[in-house]
Design a protein around this ligand. Structure first.
Ligand SMILES: [Zn+2]
Ligand SMILES: [Zn+2]
Length: 171
């Protein structure tokens, strides 16, 4: 069996609007998806994709996430400005499980296992059989794509010196 290797740090990431940014010096060897019902609701999606970052390796470099205590033992962190789901944290645990999609380069973090199989959505077993399209090949018109590009409020996938909430963005 080939040894699996975690990618070398440091890593950066943040929420969609950029109010929350983080740095991770190293990742734990547990990148996974979880299909359990609590992860589904916490992300509003079919699964959470998470990787552990030890507390001593994690810095919130801009802003501070809000937390919802999803049970007595666990908190779910998110950006209170844009709503991005940022982490799962077990009370007293050694690490924070950060949303892989929130990293600036999520494609560098390969998944190693899947949890909560009882909650896995039936269609996810057949993803390779479902029709595929790239973002710009979907139903959006050229006009709409140009408007999305022009008005894109998503923070870029790298650290920035300043961030200002633009008036009128929050509704
Ligand atoms: Zn945000
Ligand atoms: Zn879960």
């Amino acid at each position: 069996m080939t040894e699996r290797q975690m990618p070398e740090g440091p890593f950066s990431g943040g929420c969609q609007c950029g109010a929350i940014r983080f740095h991770a010096l190293a990742l734990r060897d547990n990148p996974h998806v979880c299909y359990c019902r609590m992860c589904q609701k916490a992300t509003g999606n079919l699964f959470a994709a998470l990787v552990g970052v030890r507390h001593e390796h994690l810095t919130w470099s801009r802003g501070a996430p809000a937390e919802f205590m999803s049970s007595e033992i666990a908190a779910r962190g998110f950006c209170s400005n844009c709503g991005t789901s940022l982490y799962y944290r077990a009370q007293g645990g050694p690490h924070v499980s950060i949303s892989i999609g929130a990293f600036d380069e999520p494609q560098k973090i390969a998944l190693w296992y899947q949890l909560g199989m009882e909650g896995k959505h039936p269609s996810l077993f057949h993803l390779n059989d479902i029709e595929e399209a790239g973002t710009t090949e979907s139903n959006e018109s050229e006009y709409d794509i140009a408007r999305i590009r022009k008005s894109n409020e998503q923070h870029p996938d790298h650290d920035t010196d300043v961030w200002t909430a633009r008036p009128g963005v929050l509704r």
